[in-house]
Ligand binder design. Structure first.
Ligand SMILES: [Mg+2]
Length: 158
C-alpha cells in the first residue's frame, strides 16, 4: 500500500514526484463551470502539497484539463495552463508543473476518483474501502461480484 510518508524526494536521483489531481482533490468541484473556472482550495490536500514541498519534494498537478484537444469551448489549453498556474501561486504559494499523464517517476497519485489496488494482485486496498459507508460497501461488493469475481474474492480475504 502506497503511503505518502514513504515518499523520498531523493528517490530515483531526485526525479520522483507526487501527482495531485486538481478538480475534486485540490479544488472544490461541483459541476463543470467552464474550462477556466477552478474552485476554491481544499485545505486538507493543499496542506499535503505544502508539506511535501517543504520536505523538498516535487509535486505536479495531474489533470484532464490539460489533455487534448487543444481547443475546448473556444478556450486554448495554454489559457487553461495559465489559470492553473495562477491558482497554484495564489493558494499554494508557488507554481507547479501541470501534466495530464503519469510517467515512470510518479511515486503516487492523489485523486478523488482513484481506487487503489495492491500491486500485482489486484486486491482492493483496505484504506480505500474504509472511506465508504456500509451501504456503499455492500453495493461495491455487488458490483465487484458482477464484474470482477477475483476482486470480490480478494476482498473476502481482507
Ligand atoms: Mg478529480
Amino acid at each position: 500500500m502506497i503511503k505518502l510518508e514513504d515518499y523520498d524526494p531523493k528517490r530515483d536521483g531526485g526525479r520522483s514526484w507526487v501527482g495531485f489531481d486538481l478538480d475534486g482533490t485540490l479544488a472544490y468541484h461541483e459541476g463543470y463551470k467552464g474550462r477556466l473556472h477552478i474552485g476554491a482550495p481544499i485545505p486538507a490536500t493543499v496542506a499535503m502539497v505544502k508539506h511535501l514541498l517543504e520536505r523538498g519534494g516535487t509535486v505536479k498537478i495531474v489533470t484532464a484539463r490539460m489533455a487534448p484537444p487543444e481547443w475546448v469551448d473556444d478556450v486554448h489549453v495554454s489559457h487553461v495552463l495559465g489559470a492553473i498556474i495562477l491558482w497554484c501561486e495564489t493558494h499554494i504559494g508557488q507554481e507547479l508543473e501541470v501534466v495530464c499523464a503519469k510517467d515512470k517517476d510518479m511515486f503516487c497519485l492523489v485523486d478523488d476518483r482513484a481506487i487503489q489496488v495492491e500491486k500485482n494482485t489486484g486486491r482492493l486496498c483496505k484504506d480505500t474501502v474504509d472511506y465508504v459507508t456500509d451501504e456503499e460497501f455492500v453495493e461495491l461488493l455487488h458490483r465487484c461480484n458482477e464484474k470482477y469475481g477475483n476482486a470480490l474474492r480478494a476482498l473476502a480475504d481482507m
